[in-house]
Design a protein around this ligand. Structure first.
Ligand SMILES: Cc1ncc(COP(=O)(O)O)c(C=O)c1O
Length: 356
């Protein structure tokens, strides 16, 4: 039996505009080949850097385009090595691993259905050592799918000002919205003095291009550039120029609409299947992104259950891998087909000890 995987936070293959990207890559080389195929500016391919800068209303010198946004996370972890970072509980496991591997200590701050709990954040800010920064994924969070409410966004910005707190807003999913109004980003509310904004074309165009970016305060941008130079001299300009060509042709918005419709249908199918198959459990209902956070009845051990689930042909990531409670799990609906979602949830439900 083939395993149905809810474990992979990848876009379904049909989301990736292969033909158009092939054409964009060729056009990028034909138009600007010697630049794109040489060592170049460490901050990224000039025209793309300018496009991003304009979108966020900053000078291009504050934009660092990296080989995926995770690469930027590595630079930030290197810069603050040995320090302490506040993180959401749960949060993205790869970021946790990167921070840990650079000797950065993490202090978890609890979340509820509206995102980060700001009383808990305030308490952490008052009681602990001054953190190097707060790492937050406020929109369609990985792993929980939760979104920080607008009120809390305002209050978080106030707290950042009050405590001179640097905030990293990791926002790869914000544009992958299936319904509802987008809230302002923390970066927009704060003005970009204390909020670093990071995003990526992984979820809006294709992850294999490895094009992500950080918008940084000026001094920090120079420091991270220095780390980037000594890591790879130049990021992958061909990937960046391919993205730029895609944008230049006006393909971005139509592609995003297509991705929203493909993935929105998957989100709906998973919510419906959960409703049908798993009474007795609860889950997040995200308006976008890739993930649903499942909370099984108290006492269920999703880590132990994952092994059994694998044998019966369904995979997920246990919540504790992200710093979540033992009865939680992350279900990614982004990679699988509608039929696989229905069948996978059915297989999962058959394993869960209690349904009322
Ligand atoms: C919250 C979050 N940040 C960063 C990334 C990585 O993005 P990139 O592909 O740009 O490295 C992901 C990918 O899944 C993610 O979920």
């Amino acid at each position: 039996m083939d395993t149905i995987t809810f474990a992979r936070g990848n876009p379904a293959h049909e989301c990736i505009p292969v033909e158009e990207l092939a054409d964009c890559a060729r056009a990028a080389i034909e138009r600007d080949g010697t630049t794109v195929l040489s060592y170049g500016p460490v901050g990224g391919y000039g025209p793309l850097r300018e496009w991003i800068a304009e979108r966020h209303g900053v000078d291009p010198s504050r934009v660092l385009v990296t080989n995926g946004s995770l690469q930027g996370m590595v630079f930030l972890a290197e810069r603050f090595a040995g320090g302490c970072v506040l993180v959401e509980a749960p949060t993205y496991d790869r970021s946790l691993k990167i921070l840990a591997s650079h000797g950065v200590e993490t202090t978890p701050v609890s979340m509820d259905g509206e995102g980060l709990e700001l009383d808990a954040l305030e308490q952490a800010l008052r009681s602990g050592e001054k953190p190097a920064f707060l790492y937050t994924i406020p929109t369609f969070q990985n792993p929980s799918g939760r979104t920080l409410s607008v009120d809390r966004r305002h209050r978080l910005v106030e707290l950042a000002r009050e405590h001179d707190l640097l905030v990293l807003e990791d926002d790869p999913y914000g544009l992958v919205r299936y319904e509802g109004e987008p809230p302002p980003t923390l970066f927009e509310l704060e003005g970009g003095e204390r909020v670093i904004y990071s995003s990526s074309f992984s979820k809006t165009i294709a992850p294999g291009l490895r094009v992500g970016y950080f918008v940084l305060p000026e001094g920090l941008e120079r420091e991270l550039e220095a780390l980037a130079v000594s890591t790879y001299i130049t990021p992958v300009l061909l990937g960046q120029a391919t993205v730029f060509e895609f944008l230049r042709r006006g393909n971005f918005e139509p592609n995003l609409e297509r991705v929203r419709s493909l993935l929105g249908a998957r989100r709906d199918a998973m919510l419906e299947a959960l409703e049908r198959e798993l009474p007795g459990a609860s889950w997040s209902r995200p308006e976008g992104g890739y993930f649903i956070w499942l909370e099984l009845p108290e006492g269920t051990d999703t880590t132990a259950l994952a092994g059994v689930a694998g044998k019966t042909g369904v995979a997920y990531v246990p919540g504790p891998d992200f710093g979540g409670e033992p009865n939680t799990a992350r279900l990614a609906f982004s990679f699988v087909s509608l039929d696989e979602i229905r069948e996978g949830v059915r297989r999962l439900a058959a394993l869960v000890p209690v349904s009322v």
